[in-house]
Design a protein around this ligand. Structure first.
Ligand code: AMP
Length: 435
């Protein structure tokens, strides 16, 4: 262990009002990313955090922001924006804001959330009234900058959250424009689940002598998630899902589908089969999505069916299962999806359905994560062997249109692929520690 011993939150020297917020949140022990990042972040040093969602990374950057703002108040009667967090999606922006409001409830600091898809009025009013921290998605933030409603000239701390996702969603140009509007003298923190070359380039150009904090292997899904895969014919997926809900010990489940249309169909069928399910995707209005999320959080719905973008940044505790109804064709999505369960200290199960057509997606996921995922069979659900055999023999691809189930003894087995947590990648190279 190369970090100082930080097994309680008392060791960091937080301002009392911030420490009270942490205590109220019920946290006693810092998570690994917090233990590793907080000492640097609190010193004003730039940080690259390679950590997935679910690791507690939000507090790793929100707490230092609050601590700094409490200890170095701006003084004037006007409240300039002194910290800016940029996130890829509105859901993540809302969640970061909620976390800041929760940890900062004794600080008197004001936080505003800025995102598109809703009217501008309320956001504009909040900005005009003065806020200390802005959490924003890039598009709407640029809109307000263009309108002159928002001045980033006093920002001391800049955070880019889920930078890889911002890149995937095509926001990097926007992000660079935003960074250009923030003073050069600042602390910058960049968090990302993965560090592909474009994100490394971005980090190189906007961070100053950063400390890198890496939690787990870069491509290793959260170590608290047990991963399994089930080979199944496309036409059998719905029945298999329903079987799993009945036989697994499901508290809350998120089911991922490839498209909005499929998400709605899965939800309707679950409904008809008597399960409490809700769908969340980008065709829904912001209000509908928030209501769906609240209903899921409150336990009104046991199952949430989601598409990748809609589920991004969803932070619900107690998600016991993630089911990939469709094996994602982008391996990074796999990591993001299964990160919805096993959050912080809890454990979770991730189950991926793999049809014959999705075999290559599954291979790519295993290659990307660098480990094999345990393949299990469920009684009554025959893997689409014929189609696979045909494919392997170079024949025509064939799905299983008949949808007949053939009897097959269930066999667990396979390799267990529990992940490991570890830290590393830290090298002292100083830092300016000034803001
Ligand atoms: P994040 O990775 O920031 O989305 O956090 C994942 C979950 O972990 C959230 O529900 C947090 O409330 C929770 N969490 C963060 N830090 C801690 C901690 N030190 N102890 C317990 N839970 C935590």
């Amino acid at each position: 262990m190369s970090t100082p011993s930080v097994d309680t939150f008392d060791a960091f020297g937080f301002a009392p009002s911030v420490l009270r917020g942490v205590r109220d949140a019920g946290y006693t022990t810092p998570t690994p990313v917090q233990a590793a990042a907080l000492p640097y972040a609190l010193d004003g040093i730039d940080v690259v955090g390679v950590a997935q969602t679910g690791t507690g990374k939000t507090a790793a950057f929100v707490l230092p922001i609050l601590d700094y703002l409490v200890k170095e108040p701006s003084g004037g009667k006007r409240r300039p924006i002194r910290a800016l967090v940029v996130t890829p999606t509105r859901e993540l922006a809302i969640q970061v804001t909620e976390a800041a409001a929760q940890y900062g409830k004794h600080t008197g600091l004001r936080v505003a959330t800025i995102y598109g898809g809703v009217g501008k009025g309320k956001q504009r009013t909040a900005l005009r009234n003065g806020v200390d921290v802005v959490v924003a998605t890039p598009g709407r933030l640029l809109d307000f900058m263009g309108e002159g409603v928002l001045d980033l000239g006093f920002v001391d701390v800049l955070v880019l959250d889920e930078a890889d996702r911002m890149f995937d969603m095509g926001f990097i140009k926007d992000v660079r424009k935003i960074v250009a509007a923030v003073p050069e003298q600042r602390q910058t923190m960049l968090f990302s689940a993965t560090m592909p070359p474009p994100i490394q380039d971005l980090a190189k150009s906007i961070l100053y002598k950063p400390e890198t904090v890496e939690i787990g292997e870069r491509r290793d899904p959260a170590a608290t998630v047990t991963q399994r895969a089930i080979r199944v014919a496309e036409s059998e997926k719905q029945a298999l899902l329903e079987r799993l809900i009945e036989t697994e010990d499901v508290d809350r489940m998120i089911v991922f589908s490839r498209t909005k249309y499929r998400a709605d169909r899965i939800r309707k069928k679950l409904d008809r089969a008597g399960f409490n399910a809700i769908a969340i995707h980008s065709n829904r209005s912001q209000g509908q999505r928030q209501r769906a999320l609240k209903g899921f959080e409150a336990g009104q719905y046991q199952i949430m069916v989601a598409t990748d973008i809609a589920a991004r940044g969803i932070d619900v505790d107690g998600v016991s299962h993630v089911v990939n109804f469709d094996a994602p064709n982008v391996p990074e999505d796999y990591i993001h999806r299964i990160g919805r369960t096993g959050r912080a200290q809890a454990t979770g199960d991730a189950i991926t359905f793999v049809s014959a057509e999705e075999s290559s997606n599954f291979d790519a996921i295993e290659k990307h994560t660098g480990r094999s995922i345990e393949q299990v069979r469920i009684d009554g659900f025959e893997p689409p062997a014929l189609a696979t055999a045909l494919q392997n023999a170079g024949g025509k691809k064939r799905s299983n249109p008949s949808g007949h189930r053939s009897r097959q003894k269930s066999q667990g087995g396979g390799r267990n692929s529990k992940g490991r947590a570890g830290s590393g990648g830290r090298g002292r190279n100083g830092g300016r520690g000034q803001r």
